[in-house]
Structure formats: structure tokens, C-alpha cells
Design a protein around this ligand. Structure first.
Ligand code: HEM
Length: 314
């Protein structure tokens, strides 16, 4: 197996930062599961032969979450962001394919090795005997990581009031095998959304707001592919591509997501949520990973992370 120490090291570093919270994800520990559907645009079918992009309505499972690995982190806490959105497209034949995105356009670093250095710095700086030096030295060499830490991450008024970015480049293949490279973005169709009247600035207001909003009406989001321009680095998700101005990359709307219901609180929904294991490496024919080393690492990491947090069977 490839680079076992790197993967285990990344998981160890995340546990060192957030601690263990039985059965919960080591990051994005607090979340809420929703259900709905996805309908691809004609442009998506032209771009990719993938089963869920052919235009038929596809059932969808979604999980909205906060970045923190500590489930009690309040939604308004600066450490709660970026927020996450994981999507699972449920195919007719029982298979599925996933997208795992977050609300920051970019990432602190470009490679899993650099991410390990970043996390180890964070863990040391916040540990029992804090030592900020390794983190300071890391940030001096990686200005995008510094920018990520400094970027304000205010809590949104609603999980449905902001965009989510896939960050790592994927390759879409059409029926003849022609390829287009791009990055996913998921954004509200009817923006900006006013906060729901039920939204209270409590610890868990984002989940409550989502439930309240969907009880009134389904919400719609669009899935967009931001296409790479010639010369773009396809293997560096830390660098956002321009979305406006003369260098804005071409974009293609891949389809519309309809978010319809949320799973209500309780032990059954908690168990079902923990049993779900999204994986950005879960791809199907018509969509491939680019050469981005982060994507390859995430495919293996999320698989191992789900095994580590699985409750011990009696
Ligand atoms: C090397 C880089 C990364 C590492 C080591 C990493 C690690 C992890 C781990 C261990 C989990 C928990 C998985 C589970 O237990 O099911 C997770 C979840 C998650 N990650 Fe990452 N991640 C990385 C990059 C990213 C990027 C680039 C994004 C955004 C595009 C992202 C967004 C998320 C989200 C939204 C979740 C929660 C998924 C869910 O709802 O189940 N991560 N990550």
C-alpha cells in the first residue's frame, strides 16, 4: 500500500488537534444529513458520459457540516468554518458517486505532505505545552496557509446561503473520450437568501435553520464546473482560479440540486449519519481524478478515517 506512514500521520495529527469523540468524524464532526435530488443539464451530458449527468432525476444524499472536529464547537465560533457540503448521487444500479466540498475557495497547501507539516504545526501550537515555532516556520514558507488561517470565516446565515468548492481538479470524459478539466462549485440558485425567521444564534443554529427552511419549501442549488484554462496547474488546489474579471475561467452549469428534507435529531439519525462515509475518490466512469496528489490522498484517507471512527462491534 502506498505511503502508509503519511496517511496514518495525517489522521494522528488530526486526532491530536481535535481529540477523540466516539464514532464522530475527526474533522467536520458536527453535521446534518439532508435528502433531495439532482437533475443534470444538457450541457453536462455533452461534457461527460457519467450516469448521473445524463439528465434523469437522481436521488441525492447531502451532509452539511462544520470544519471543527469537536462536535460542541458552536456554529458561530471562528473554528467552525469552513462549512462542508458532501454530496452522494445514488445511481439506479445501487452504485454511488460523491463530491466533498467546503466553503473556502482553495486550501492551505498543495500536497498531503505539506498538509502533514501544517497540521503538526497546528497541533504543536495548540498542545499541552504550546510550541508555536514549527507553525511559524511552516507559515513563513507557505503564504497560502497563512492566508487560509487569516481569512475571516464568519458563520453564514444559513448552510444554503453560501457557495461550496470542490477544490481539487477532476477530469470529465464524454462518450468519445474527450476530456475537460475543472473544479466543482455548488451555490445557491436563489441568492442571496435571507436568514430563516427561526434562525437563532445558538450553538446549533445552522442545523435548526436548515430544518425550518426545508419544512417550508425545498431549496435549490446549482452544480457548476469551473473549467481550467490552458496552462492552469491541475495539481494544486491551494490556488483558487479567478471567478471574475478578464481572467475568469469559463463555467458550465452541470445541473440543479433540490434539497428537500433533513433527518431529524435522534439516535437513529445519529447512527445513520455516522454510518455514511463520503469519499471524494468515489468516482464512476465519465469522471476521473486529475493528477492532483491531494485527491489521491483523500481517497485513501477518508476510507481509513471511516474505519478508525467505526464503533467497535460487540
Ligand atoms: C490532505 C488533505 C485533506 C485531509 C487529510 C482531509 C481529511 C479529512 C478526514 C479524515 C475527514 C473525515 C472523513 C470521515 O471520517 O468520513 C474529512 C472530512 C471532510 N473533508 Fe477533508 N481532508 C482534506 C482535504 C479536504 C478538502 C480539499 C476539502 C474541501 C474541498 C475537504 C472537505 C471535507 C469535508 C466537507 C468533510 C466532511 C465530509 C462528510 O460530511 O462526511 N477536505 N477530511
Amino acid at each position: 500500500m502506498k505511503q502508509p506512514d503519511l496517511y496514518e500521520g495525517l489522521l494522528d495529527a488530526l486526532y491530536a488537534i481535535f481529540g477523540r469523540h466516539a464514532g464522530l468524524r475527526v474533522t467536520h464532526a458536527k453535521g446534518i444529513v439532508a435528502h433531495g435530488s439532482f437533475t443534470a443539464s444538457p450541457a453536462a451530458a455533452r461534457l461527460s458520459r457519467a450516469a448521473h449527468l445524463q439528465g434523469a432525476r437522481v436521488p441525492l444524499t447531502l451532509r452539511f457540516s462544520n470544519f471543527s472536529g469537536v462536535p460542541s464547537t458552536a456554529d458561530g465560533d471562528p473554528g467552525a468554518g469552513p462549512q462542508g457540503l458532501a454530496l452522494r448521487f445514488l445511481l439506479d444500479d445501487g452504485r454511488h458517486t460523491d463530491i466533498v466540498a467546503h466553503s473556502y475557495d482553495g486550501f492551505p497547501v498543495a500536497t498531503p505532505e505539506q498538509f502533514l507539516g501544517f497540521l503538526q504545526g497546528l497541533a504543536g501550537a495548540g498542545g499541552e505545552r504550546p510550541d508555536p515555532l514549527p507553525l511559524d516556520a511552516f507559515l513563513a514558507r507557505h503564504p497560502r496557509a497563512q492566508r487560509y488561517l487569516e481569512a475571516p470565516k464568519p458563520a453564514p446565515a444559513s448552510y444554503l446561503a453560501q457557495a461550496y468548492f470542490g477544490v481539487n481538479t477532476v477530469r470529465l470524459l464524454d462518450a468519445a473520450g474527450a476530456a475537460v478539466h475543472g473544479r466543482y462549485r455548488i451555490e445557491p440558485l436563489e441568492a442571496p437568501i435571507a436568514p430563516s425567521p427561526a434562525a437563532l444564534p445558538g450553538t446549533d443554529f445552522l442545523g435548526a435553520e436548515l430544518g425550518e427552511r426545508l419544512r417550508r419549501a425545498p431549496a435549490r442549488l446549482r452544480l457548476v464546473l469551473q473549467c481550467a484554462a490552458p496552462g492552469d496547474e491541475l495539481d494544486d488546489g491551494s490556488l483558487a482560479w479567478p471567478r471574475s474579471g478578464p481572467d475568469a475561467r469559463p463555467e458550465i452549469e452541470l445541473g440543479i440540486l433540490s434539497v428537500e428534507t433533513v433527518e431529524v435529531d435522534g439516535q437513529v439519525q445519529a447512527a445513520r449519519q455516522q454510518a455514511l462515509a463520503f469519499n471524494p475518490g468515489q468516482l464512476i466512469d465519465g469522471i476521473e481524478a486529475s493528477g492532483d496528489p491531494m485527491l489521491a490522498a483523500r481517497a485513501e484517507l477518508y476510507r481509513r478515517a471511516a474505519l478508525r471512527r467505526r464503533p467497535v462491534q460487540a
